[in-house]
Ligand binder design. Structure first.
Ligand code: SF4
Length: 378
């Protein structure tokens, strides 16, 4: 299984962000670490699972004092059995790492960092409301290498207001020059209730309706950025292994691949979701309630066999290698090729899907129309 630990604190809120995160004082952070370790200690049946990945996500996990991070990981190790080569990732933001912090991270067994950069252009970073410059990222990246981290992810976002294809290509070039093992590249989503939602919400709607946007890149420009992403990253030795994720051989994220292949996961902290057995549950998003020990949001979904089959398809198709058809048949006692015979035949004829090496996968054309294809399985 994978373990997700949500650390909901940030220095300040970025202009586009609707994640469950906010600034908090030291006292609150300490109270949260206590509540989180209690939740880990209370996990009911840890012996049923072997943990292959641990992921500190946020928020900005690197805002915690290293000793706090260590207490959380100690609590995980005390409660669960981890594989010897478990992937242990901490998300972090440039400007929050130091030589000391990185060396404590290494010492406690964190072996992968996921650094939120988003853009290599300082004007774009300022527009996004990020707390750092590209120079600060370069410095933190170098410190991470010096501390011995040989598995680094960089998060990027494209399709920013005013961004041109050449701007995005420049970000990709600047980042690949540093040779990270992994890059995640997502297109910007304008979320309601954020400063970006207020400024660009109408523009995003215009674009959806096929009208020319005023600030955001138009559809064609964004498609061009998508195509440039694949080309530039593949040229740099990072293969696309999921719709928005690229890695050197053997460096795909174990944790995230677990989500796409529906491995069980346990989430701890506010807003964290778990998928255990046939149940998906979610914790409260209310920090005060969580600190009082009231963890459950009362959200408990028992998944039917139909739900699980559909999820296996639309999550698995996110992976470039596709859905493992034998595994599907073993899990459900029914072949995906029979269950969706008509849909698969039609989309194969439309050159959206193909079968190769025992996997059903999206073709390059299917990848561009992924949402349309996936909808057929829901
Ligand atoms: S650092 Fe990440 S989680 Fe925090 S506000 Fe910015 S985008 Fe959101």
């Amino acid at each position: 299984m994978g373990i997700y630990l949500h650390i909901p604190f940030c220095v300040r809120k970025c202009a586009y962000c609707d994640f469950l995160s906010a600034p908090a004082d030291e006292e609150t952070r300490e109270a949260y670490v206590r509540a989180l370790t209690e939740e880990i200690r209370a996990f009911p049946d840890p012996d049923r699972y072997l943990v292959r990945s641990v992921f500190f996500g946020g928020g900005t996990p690197s805002l915690l004092a290293p000793a706090q991070t260590e207490r959380i990981l100690d609590a995980v190790r005390a409660r669960f059995s981890l594989t010897g080569d478990a992937e242990i990732t901490a998300e972090c933001n440039p400007g929050t790492l130091s030589r000391e912090k990185l060396s404590v991270y290494r010492g406690m067994g964190i072996n992968r960092l996921s650094i939120g950069l988003q853009s290599a252009n300082d004007a774009e970073l300022a527009l996004l409301g990020r707390i750092h410059t590209f120079g600060m990222f370069e410095e933190n990246f170098r410190l991470a290498r010096e501390a011995g981290f040989d598995n680094l992810n960089v998060d990027l976002i494209f399709g920013l207001p005013g961004q041109k294809r050449a701007d995005w290509a420049a970000t990709l070039a600047a980042v690949t020059a540093l040779s990270p093992e992994h890059i995640s590249a997502y297109s910007l989503i304008i979320e309601d209730g954020t400063p970006f939602g207020r400024t660009y919400g109408e523009d995003a709607l215009r674009r959806e309706e096929g009208l020319a946007p005023r600030f955001l890149p138009d559809e064609e420009e964004e498609r061009g950025m998508s195509a440039d992403t694949v080309r530039i990253l593949e040229e740099a030795g990072l293969s696309r292994y999921e719709i928005s994720n690229y890695a050197r051989p053997g460096r795909g994220s174990v944790h995230n691949t677990g989500y796409w292949t529906r491995e069980p996961y346990a989430g701890f902290g506010i807003g964290a979701a778990s998928l255990l057995g046939h149940e998906r549950t979610k914790n409260t998003e209310d920090l005060a309630a969580y600190l009082r020990g009231e963890r459950s949001a009362g959200e408990r979904e028992v998944l039917s066999r139909e739900d699980e089959m559909a999820e296996t398809m639309f999550l698995g198709l996110r992976l470039i290698r596709g859905v493992d058809l034998d595994r599907f048949a073993r899990t459900f006692g029914e072949r995906a090729q029979d269950r969706w015979a008509q849909e698969i035949a039609q989309m194969t004829a439309e050159r959206l899907l193909e079968t190769a090496d025992g996997h059903l996968r999206l073709t390059p054309r299917g990848l561009d129309l992924a949402n349309y294809v996936m909808a057929a399985f829901v």
